[in-house]
Structure formats: structure tokens, C-alpha cells
Design a protein around this ligand. Sequence first.
Ligand code: ADP
Length: 500
Amino acid sequence: MGQILRALIVEDSEDDTELLVLELEQQGYDPIYERVDTAKAMQAALDRATWDVIICDYSMPQFSAPAALALLQSRGLDIPFIIVSGTIGEDIAVAAMKAGAHDYLIKGNLVRLVPAIARELREAQERQARRAAQQALRENEERFRSLIENALDLIVVLAIDGTIQYTSPSSKTLFGYEPEAIAATNIFKYLHPEDISHVRQTFQNVIAQPGVTATAEFRCHHQDGSWRLLEASGKHFVEPSGTTRIIVNARDSTERRQAEEMRKALETEKELSELRSRFYSMMSHEFRSPLTAIQMTAQLMRDHSQAFEVNKQKECFQRILNATKRLGHLVDDVLVIGKAESGKFQVAPVPLDLSAFCQELITEFQLTSGKEHQIVFSYEGDGSDVAIDEEILRHVLSNLLANAIKYSPANTKIQFELQQKRDVAIIQVQDQGMGIPPEDLPHLFEPFHRASNVDRIPGTGLGLAIAKKFTELQGGIITATSELGVGTNFIVTLPLQAQL
Ligand code: ADP
């Protein structure tokens, strides 16, 4: 079986048609054909079926090749049209080719017929493929154009000097400018003077690095005189002509930024109000209990002092002194945190033997508040002096030790580990105490925050906030890990300068 060929033969002679068909069959085709010899019949054949080729006699009693060709063209069909005729003049043949016929052959010499059909089929196929590709391209372009034209974002194409080559219609909604009004002007003209330099820098980076998408945020002028905050990303691309362009996609982030600022302000406000409420609850307890103690002891002494023995009197005075001391500490802590938060603290590093300093501090604690605990010190390092603010460090470590003692039962161990490396000191204070509930851990260093399990253990929630501020003043960090009922570990990491 040969290759099927659907051929419409426009020919008045049946014999000639048979000859043609024979020729096609001999050359390997399996033609499905129809013979027509009038315009009406050709029209009907074109309506009824699709054809691979039209083979047309030049002149017929009721029809002609030019008329058939015109009919074909009027229908916008691209079917190879080959004239096979008795002798026709060269000028007529040329005119027919010019009119759109694909080839012409003489009836007596049909050797070229099959190669001509094969060539024309191939070319018609190529034309068809090209048309499909162009159509797809057009549709694609149309799709992108419509995306760009309807995008809420602003799309701008710039020359490398910043001249606007194209702006999407959203320039009107975003900046009040019609695209035509700003076409061919320079984009930098619309930028806030303070933003020009960093945008220029980004712009140069984009030009220098094809393929890299750079982003920038800047203020842009609105036609109504206001400034709008834009978030933009830009990319370098080369047009088919070889010209470099920058394509920028920008969106108005003014409202998003305002909403963000509002959210932050609300959060700060919320934090402040939480802080205030923690402060008041701390005040009411921590200030009130020593005040009540003072008031009650003083009343007792006023009303019954004659009846008191000396020892009882001394005890009363001591109680008053303890309460005032506690109040004094409290006031100090509040003042310290206020000062540290306002950045008024000056760090004054002095040469210090860190290991000896820690051991002395531990001894002080063992002799006073830490009598019921065993504080185990370990040291790793070369023992060289470092430059550190002694007072600040004392404050931080005292607080950690005092807490370890306060929040762990008597007769438990407290590990105090110091690792001194060349440029960093890591100090760990680890106890075997009550631990901290996981939900309190993130808030531990906030002023006045006390964990939910402190029960009646006295405290203000200020010590760790101060310790954190002080550690940070020296460029260090403080962290805590804890497990309920197992213990807590505080780690202070301090950068070290060599001795001054
Ligand atoms: P306070 O005066 O309440 O001890 P801090 O700021 O020193 O204030 O500590 C804040 C809170 O952290 C404490 O109230 C307590 O809930 C918790 N905490 C601190 N250290 C420890 C520890 N070693 N073990 C258990 N809880 C601790």
C-alpha cells in the first residue's frame, strides 16, 4: 500500500484525470481523489473534505486555474496548488505562479509531478508548523500582555540609564501617573532623594549581573504629592536587538508597612501593659510585705515595749532592719534595671583573675546564704588575667548563685563551671532544684516575670532581667535550660579581651 494522498483534481477530461491518477499510483501514492470542473463543484469539494493537494488544468470550458486559485485563496486555505496543463505560454505560467500556484507541469511530461507534490506537501507542512508556532507565540504574548496590563503590581521596563521604556497601566492606580505621561522620563526623578543612592547601587548590580534578581525598597513620588513605599525586584534582560534592559516589578508596600508598624506598636503597647501589671503585682507583694512587717513591729513596740525584754526588743529592731534592707534591695534593683535599660551604664573593664574571682564569690556564698548547699567549682583554662568589669560580673553571677540556692532544696549540689578559652569565657551555674516550667522559659529574662511554680518563695523577677542586661553590656549572652523537678542550668558566655 502506498502513501494516501487526498487529491482534488480540477479537470474537465476524465482521461487526463485517469492518467494523472495512474502516474501518482505508479510513483507510490494511493490517491483518494475527486474530479471537479466547475467553481461550484470545487467549492462543494472543499466544504466536504480536506485535501492534501489540488491538481488543476489550466483551462476548462467552465472553469480555469486562475479562478480555481482565487477560489482557494478566498477561503484562506493553504493547500499546494499545482497546475498541470497542455502547453501554456511561459508568461501565463509565471503569472499563475505569481498569483500563488505552487508549480506548473506540462501534461505530456509528468515526471516532475510526484517530486513536486512531495516537495509541496513538505513545504505546506512546514508552513503549517510555522503558523502554529506563530499562533502559539501570539497567544502567549497576548496572555502575558493581558497579565501585565491587568496586574496590580507595577511593571516597568527601563533602559540602563533609568529611562522608562514601558510602564504597565497600574502606574495610574499606584502613582496617579498615566503610563504615557511618564514614558521616556527617568525613573530616578520619581524617587525620594534619600533613597536614590541605594537604589542606584542596586540598579548597577542588576546591570552588572545578568540573571540575578535584586530587590530594593524605596519611596516613590505620587502625583498627589505624597510618597509611596515600594517594594521592587529588578532583573537584567537583553532584547532580541541586543539592547540591555532592566525589568522591574514593584508593589506598593505603604499600607503593609503601616499595618506592620501598627501591629508592632500594639504589641509594644501590650508588652508594656503586661509589664505594668507584673510590676503592680510585684509591688503589691514585695513592697507591701516588708512595709507590713515594719508597721506591725513598730506598732507592737509602741504599745508593748515596756513589757519586752532586751532580746525581744532587739529581735523587733532586727525585723525592721531586715524589712528595710529588703526594701532597699528592691529599690536598688528597680533603679538598676531602669538605668541599664536607658543605656546609662558604663562598662569599666579591669584586669581580673577570673578563676580566683569566681572562687571568692563562691566562698562568700557558702559562708552566708549557701550554707545548706554544696557549691562545686570546676575550672578549665590557662589562668591568664582577662579584662572584665568586676562589678557587673559580680552582679550577674551573684544573681545566678542566689537563685540556684533559693530555688533548690537544702543539701543538693550546685555546680559552678568556668571554662576560660582564649577569647571567650563560658560560665555555667547548674542546680538540682525545682526547675522552670517550659512555658515560662521564653519569658524568664523579662523584668518582673516570675515562673508559675515559685509559690511563696520571695522574689521580684528583676534579677535575671538585670543579669541579661549586664551580660549584654559586655557583649555576652545568657541562656537557660531547665527541667521541672530535675534542675536548671544557666550559661553565661562572655567574649574576653586580653588583659588591658
Ligand atoms: P526572682 O527575684 O523572682 O528570683 P529572677 O529574675 O532572678 O527573679 O528570676 C526570675 C524567675 O526565674 C524566678 O522568679 C523563678 O521563677 C525563675 N528562676 C530563676 N532561677 C531559677 C532557678 N535556678 N531555678 C528555678 N527557677 C528559677
